[in-house]
Design a protein around this ligand. Structure first.
Ligand code: CA2
Length: 148
């Protein structure tokens, strides 16, 4: 059976491509989902791609990834910088977790420099726009194949 990679997206990422293109690019979340689905298919993985504006729903989905997923990619949006609940959920996982950000959070406001997700993630990819999701999938694949 093929391995499922969960790709979870947090608040406001549904707005991608509609506003602030100078920061987040012109690509929509639907475009990113299609690119991830295609890249997963080429590698023999199943892609479970989701977005929510709710912190609690993200926590539940992280727990779900821990049960049925081979790896987790997460762009937690602004909850990255605020959520101990996400940190606790990710800490309980036993699978590779790749944190993704479209923008380079370290070139932005000071409050974006701290990430609760990073405290539990296997690794972080940020600053490469939508391409970062494909890079993160490859990073997850390397982790899964032991080629780290
Ligand atoms: O760079 C990223 O991927 C972020 O996770 C995006 C979050 C931000 O709070 C993080 O610091 C970095 C914001 C996502 C909101 O995306 C929008 C896209 C278009 C219009 C408005 C918001």
């Amino acid at each position: 059976m093929s391995q499922t990679i969960f790709i979870l997206n947090g608040p406001n990422l549904n707005l991608l491509g509609t506003r602030e293109p100078e920061i987040y690019g012109a690509t929509t979340l639907k475009d990113i989902e299609a690119e991830c689905a295609s890249h997963c298919k080429s590698n023999g993985w199943t892609c479970d791609f989701r977005q929510t504006n709710s912190e609690g729903e993200l926590v539940s989905w992280i727990q779900e990834a821990g049960v049925g997923g081979a790896a987790l990619l997460i762009n937690a949006g602004a909850y990255t910088h605020t959520s101990v609940a996400l940190l606790d959920a990710i800490k309980s996982l036993d699978i590779p977790v790749i944190e993704v950000h479209l923008s380079n959070i370290f070139r932005r406001e000071e409050f974006r420099h701290h990430s609760y997700v990073s405290l539990a993630a296997t690794g972080v990819i940020c600053g490469f726009g939508a391409t970062g999701y494909r890079l993160a999938l490859d990073a997850a694949g390397s982790q899964l194949s032991g080629n780290v």
